[in-house]
Write a new protein. Structure first.
Length: 535
C-alpha cells in the first residue's frame, strides 16, 4: 500500500493566454505572441484559425492573414501578473507563483472563513475579474453571476496543484478524494513530460487513468524516479503543498548587502550565490527544494517576499531569474507606494533571504560511465547566467535544430533557461532541403553576389529547375569576379504558393572558387545573394 500523504486542497488561478493578455489584447482579437521566431501564446481567436504555440512565425501568418504578432516581454508579463497574486494574498492564503499566468494557494483557512470552498472560489473569481480594467483587459460585460471562468482567467480547486491546474482549465471544483477519477480521461500529455508521454503512447497507454492503473513498482523500474512522480500525479497523489508543514526555517540563507545594491543585476548575482549555498546545505541531507520563498529588504525598511513553485529542484540560475522578475515588478513599478520616511537617495537592497518552503528527497543525478558528475553543465549554466546578467536575456542562447529547407531556417535560438521548443520536425522529410554538409557560417543579412557563365551572361534557372548555363565566375559583394572550379545544384524550392504574401521561389547553388572559397549562393526574384560559406 502506498504511503503517499493525502494531497492538500489547492486553488489555482490559471490565465492560459497570459502573454496575450499582458500585452493588452482581448481573446476575440487574432493575436500571437512570438519569441525566437516561434509562437509562444495565441488568443482564442487566433487558435480558431489553427495558430498554436511552437508554430513558426510564417506558418502562423499563413494560417491567419490578419494575425497580429507581438514580441514577448517577460518583464511586462510578470509586472502585469503581480496584481493577481496580490489579490489572492488578500484572502489570507499562502500563495505560490509558478510562472506569469499561474498562481496557487491552499484552501484551508480561507475556505472555512467563507463557509466552504465553493464560496471561496467564487469570491476569488470576483476579485480577479475586478482587475480587468486595471490590467487593461477588454471584456464585454462584467459578470454578475457566480462563475469560475472569466474572459481571461479560470479558477479551479482539487487535491494538489496538478489536479487543480486541470480543474482550472474547466473552471470546476473537484470533490475531496475524487481527483483520480477526475484525471482518468485526460491525455498523458497533461503530465508535461513530452518524452514520457511519447513512450506511453507507443505502449498503448494514452490516458492518465490507464497510466495510473499500472503497477507502481513496474513504472518505477522502467521510468525511474521521474516516471514514478508522474505516476503519482496521474493517480491524484500530488504531495506538493504550499502550507507551513514542511517549512524548514532553520535552513534559511540570507546575506546583508553593504553598501546596498542599487541594480537588478547585482542583486540577482548575489541571489544566485545564496541559491548555490542553499542547494549545497540541502544536498548534504539528501534534500532538494521545490518551493522557494525569496525575500528582499530595502534601505527604506520595505520588505517584499514571494513564493515560487517549480516542478524540479531549484538551480541557482532559476533563482536568479525569478528574483530578477520579482525586482522588476517591485522596484520598477511606477504605482508602488512610496515608503515611509521619503529620501532623495536611490532605494537599494540591503538584505536578500532565501527560505525553502517545500523540500523533497533528492533522487540524485545520473553519472557518466566512469563515475564522473555532470559538473560541466552546471558551470556552463553559471557562465550563461552571468552573460545574461550583463547583456540581457538574449545575450546567451541555445541553438536547436528545427524543420526547414534552408540552413537559416533549420536553426532556432532559445535564451538560456527558457523552455525548449517542442516538435522541431528536423527529422521529417523536407523535399528540396539542401544536402549535407551545412554551411559553416550563415549570414544574418545575405551578402549580394552574382553568378556568370563563360560568355559573361548572368546564370538563371528555368521553370523546370535547371540552370540556363554552367556557372563560370562568381562575384561576392564588390569584389572582382573569381573563376569557379566546381559547382553543384541548383536545389529549387517553391514554398507557400497558395499565399501571395509568403510565396517564395528560390534556387541554391554550391560553388567553389579558384581561391579555395566555398559559397552557398541563392537566386530569388532574379537576384543572386550569398547565404553562407563552407570551411
Amino acid at each position: 500500500m502506498s504511503s503517499d500523504p493525502t494531497p492538500e486542497r489547492t486553488l489555482v488561478i490559471s490565465c492560459p493566454d497570459w502573454p496575450v493578455t499582458a500585452a493588452g489584447y482581448a481573446s476575440n482579437q487574432p493575436v500571437a505572441v512570438v519569441e525566437g521566431g516561434r509562437v509562444v501564446a495565441a488568443s482564442s481567436a487566433a487558435r480558431h484559425f489553427g495558430v498554436r504555440p511552437y508554430l513558426r512565425r510564417r506558418d502562423a501568418e499563413s494560417r491567419c492573414s490578419h494575425l497580429v504578432l507581438v514580441p514577448r516581454d517577460y518583464g511586462v508579463e510578470i509586472r502585469a501578473f503581480e496584481p493577481v497574486a496580490v489579490a489572492l494574498e488578500k484572502f489570507g492564503a499562502l500563495v505560490a507563483v509558478g510562472h506569469p499566468g499561474w498562481v496557487a494557494c491552499t484552501t484551508r483557512g480561507p475556505a472555512r472563513y467563507f463557509g466552504g470552498e465553493e464560496t471561496f472560489a467564487f469570491e476569488v473569481g470576483r476579485a480577479v475579474d475586478a482587475l480587468s480594467e486595471r490590467l487593461g483587459v477588454s471584456v464585454n460585460e462584467p459578470s454578475t453571476e457566480r462563475t469560475l471562468v472569466g474572459s481571461w482567467w479560470r479558477v479551479g480547486i482539487a487535491d494538489g496543484p496538478f489536479a487543480a491546474t486541470i480543474a482550472a482549465q474547466l473552471g470546476c471544483i473537484v470533490p475531496p478524494g475524487a481527483s483520480r477519477d477526475f484525471l482518468a480521461p485526460f491525455d498523458v500529455e497533461f503530465l508535461g513530460r513530452e518524452e514520457l508521454a511519447a513512450v506511453l503512447r507507443r505502449l498503448g497507454v494514452s490516458t492518465l487513468g490507464a497510466f495510473g492503473a499500472l503497477d507502481e513498482a513496474d513504472v518505477s523500474a522502467r521510468f525511474g524516479e521521474q516516471g514514478a512522480q508522474a505516476h503519482r500525479l496521474a493517480r491524484g497523489l500530488d504531495g506538493r503543498t504550499f502550507g507551513l508543514r514542511r517549512r524548514a526555517v532553520e535552513r534559511t540563507v540570507e546575506r546583508t548587502v553593504d553598501p546596498p545594491a542599487t541594480t537588478v543585476d547585482a542583486t540577482a548575482f548575489l541571489a544566485k550565490h545564496l541559491a548555490g549555498q542553499l542547494a549545497d546545505d540541502l544536498a548534504a541531507d539528501g534534500l532538494a527544494c521545490t518551493l522557494l520563498e525569496i525575500a528582499i529588504e530595502t534601505s527604506t525598511g520595505e520588505r517584499f517576499s514571494r513564493r515560487w513553485s517549480h516542478d524540479g529542484a531549484w538551480r541557482p540560475t532559476l533563482v536568479a531569474e525569478r528574483l530578477r522578475w520579482q525586482l522588476e515588478t517591485w522596484l520598477l513599478d511606477a504605482e508602488r507606494p512610496t515608503p515611509t520616511g521619503e529620501t532623495t537617495e536611490p532605494v537599494g537592497i540591503v538584505r536578500v533571504e532565501l527560505t525553502p518552503v517545500e523540500v523533497i528527497a533528492d533522487v540524485g543525478q545520473q553519472l557518466e560511465l566512469w563515475g564522473r558528475q555532470h559538473g560541466d553543465d552546471d558551470r556552463a549554466m553559471r557562465a550563461f547566467a552571468r552573460v545574461q546578467g550583463m547583456l540581457g536575456a538574449d545575450g546567451a542562447v541555445f541553438s536547436f535544430l528545427v524543420g526547414g529547407r534552408g540552413p537559416k531556417e533549420q536553426v532556432c535560438f532559445v535564451p538560456a533557461g527558457d523552455p525548449l521548443p517542442r516538435g522541431g520536425g528536423h527529422e521529417n522529410p523536407w523535399p528540396g532541403r539542401l544536402p549535407l554538409p551545412n554551411p559553416a557560417a550563415v549570414f544574418v543579412e545575405p551578402t549580394p553576389g552574382d553568378l556568370f557563365d563563360a560568355t559573361g551572361q548572368r546564370v538563371g534557372v528555368d521553370g523546370r529547375g535547371m540552370p540556363t548555363a554552367a556557372p563560370a565566375t562568381i562575384v561576392v559583394g564588390r569584389a572582382a569576379p573569381v573563376p569557379i572550379v566546381a559547382w553543384a545544384g541548383p536545389w529549387p524550392v517553391d514554398e507557400r504558393w497558395w499565399d501571395r504574401g509568403a510565396h517564395q521561389r528560390r534556387a541554391r547553388f554550391q560553388v567553389l572558387s579558384a581561391h579555395g572559397d566555398a559559397y552557398l549562393v541563392a537566386l530569388e526574384r532574379g537576384r543572386f545573394f550569398v547565404e553562407g560559406t563552407y570551411d
